[in-house]
Design a binder for this molecule. Structure first.
Ligand code: PLP
Length: 474
């Protein structure tokens, strides 16, 4: 592609993206294609010769778009949101255009220093404690690809700290025998996955009972820790989720921190979805207790319009993180690193290579994105409360979990089969998309109100859809 062609196609593609975003509502939310349809619509072998870019774009429209679930659709109420925004898309584009690697300060100083700056900005914007700032005595923040990576990084740091660093020499079998971790059954599956990757099986994960609101019972945690210690085991890591995936429950982080502090455990706070809610000062409670955590994470790629991937991970104990992840082969040495004056983010994450992800966050914040997100968050919370009021007026439905923020879990009183059937029928219409979960053994329909373009009329239409398909009179 020549520079002239790049300019021409680039401008066309930007136009295409703007049209897509502005008119995403004309598509069914979920793709109607059957397994194999997308592949079957494309040539089985790679092209023998160069093809015009216009043909590629035509195939995007003909084959790719019909095979998409439209996450930017205002009637997308599934999972949790993955919002993008125009400044963020431009930041992503610039990152690709610059093509730099930011694994060390020396491999692109601006990549590192901008990231450090915006992570500190986010501490301010979210009202997080000073101890997570990079200019604090022991803390700092980094952009990870996902909250799953953040959970793994925190487990590795905790494992390093609780073995006095011995794990790096002796390995898990040699030094980490008897270590046990704690979370509720409501914690995200990335907790169990992270533990597995770190060498711990299901037997080393204690599932702490939750209360009627699906939040961890700190008394049960304390009792389990006591029993484990009496049995000669070594509690080392506990996850407090602020906003669980199934029902958006909030573990009592401060009470959990008491148990962690008494027993020398690492406290990780997973606020992947809800933590960003603190951009609206009246919702800062979402991060209650996080000031006592050893690490925490939240995802601008969910609720701040910074497109995937952008997870913010902070620790108050960067020495443990660096102890766990820092390896310095000769080809990565630099005078800057040796001076101790710079951050090498490769030591804060799993991979070596890293993209210039700070750009999209920086562009978004400078374009007013934090202010826009705060307004959006308020709107989503209000819409969720409005929806809950509508649901309560219909005797066929019940609300099955607290809903202080922007997730509502409902079920049909007629039972699981009726609830599952309703989810299937509603999703099959293409007019909206919901996710099923199971709470206390019973099916529930999650309504996650998080789309950047979601307005009252979309929530109203979603409720009309559900009411209309619910059956059973009323
Ligand atoms: N933690 C919680 C509470 C989540 O809700 C999710 C995803 O929705 C994750 C972790 C995993 O997030 P990621 O996709 O960034 O790994």
């Amino acid at each position: 592609m020549t520079p002239e062609e790049f300019r021409e196609h680039g401008h066309a593609l930007i136009d295409w993206i703007a049209d897509y975003v502005e008119h995403v509502e004309r598509h069914p939310v979920a793709s109607p294609v059957a397994p194999g349809d997308v592949r079957a619509a494309l040539p089985p072998e790679p092209p023998a010769a160069r093809e015009p870019f216009a043909d590629v774009l035509r195939d995007v429209e003909r084959v790719i778009v019909p095979g998409l679930t439209h996450w930017q659709h205002p009637s997308f109420f599934a999972y949790f949101p993955a919002n993008s925004s125009y400044p963020s898309i431009l930041g992503e584009l610039l990152s690709a255009g610059l093509g730099v690697q930011g694994m060390s300060w020396v491999t692109s100083p601006a990549c590192t220093e901008l990231e450090t700056l915006v992570l500190d900005w986010m501490v301010t914007l979210l009202g997080l404690p000073e101890r997570f700032r990079s200019d604090s005595a022991t803390g700092g923040g980094v952009i990870h690809g996902s909250a799953s990576e953040a959970a793994l990084a925190s487990i590795l740091a905790a494992r390093w700290r609780s073995t006095g660093g011995e794990v790096n020499d002796a390995g898990v079998a040699g030094s980490a025998a008897g270590l046990v971790a704690y979370a509720t059954a409501q914690a995200h599956s990335s907790v169990e996955k992270g533990l597995r990757i770190a060498g711990f099986g299901t037997q080393q994960l204690r599932v702490v009972p939750h209360d009627g609101a699906f939040a961890m019972r700190p008394d049960a945690l304390a009792a389990m820790v006591r029993e484990d210690r009496a049995a000669g085991l070594r509690p080392f890591w506990v996850c407090s989720t602020r906003g669980t995936t199934s029902s958006m429950a909030f573990d009592p982080t401060s009470a959990i921190a008491d148990v962690a502090a008494d027993n020398g455990m690492w406290l990780h706070v997973d606020a992947a979805m809800s933590g960003i809610g603190a951009l609206a000062p009246e919702h800062r409670w979402v991060n209650d207790g996080v000031e006592r955590a050893d690490s925490c994470c939240t995802n601008p790629h969910k609720w701040m319009g910074v497109n995937f991937d952008c997870d913010l991970f902070w620790t108050a104990d960067r020495a443990a993180l660096l102890g766990a992840l820092s390896i310095l082969p000769a080809y990565l040495r630099s005078a800057a690193a040796a001076s101790g004056a710079v951050i090498d983010y490769r030591d804060w994450q799993i991979p070596l290579g890293r993209r210039f992800r700070a750009l999209k966050l920086w562009f978004t914040i400078r374009d007013g994105g934090a202010i826009d997100a705060a307004a959006m968050i308020r709107r989503h919370v209000d819409l969720t409360q409005q929806l809950a009021a509508w649901v309560r007026e219909d005797p066929r439905f019940e609300v099955v979990a607290p809903h202080p923020l922007n997730l509502l879990c409902v079920r049909l009183r007629a039972g699981d089969e009726a609830t599952d059937g309703l989810i299937e029928r509603a999703n099959a219409t293409g007019a909206a998309l919901f996710t099923r979960t199971v709470l206390d053994g019973a099916s529930a329909l999650r309504v996650s109100v998080g789309g950047r373009a979601t307005q009252e009329r979309h929530v109203r239409a979603a409720w009309d859809l559900l009411r209309g398909l619910a059956g059973g009179g009323a």
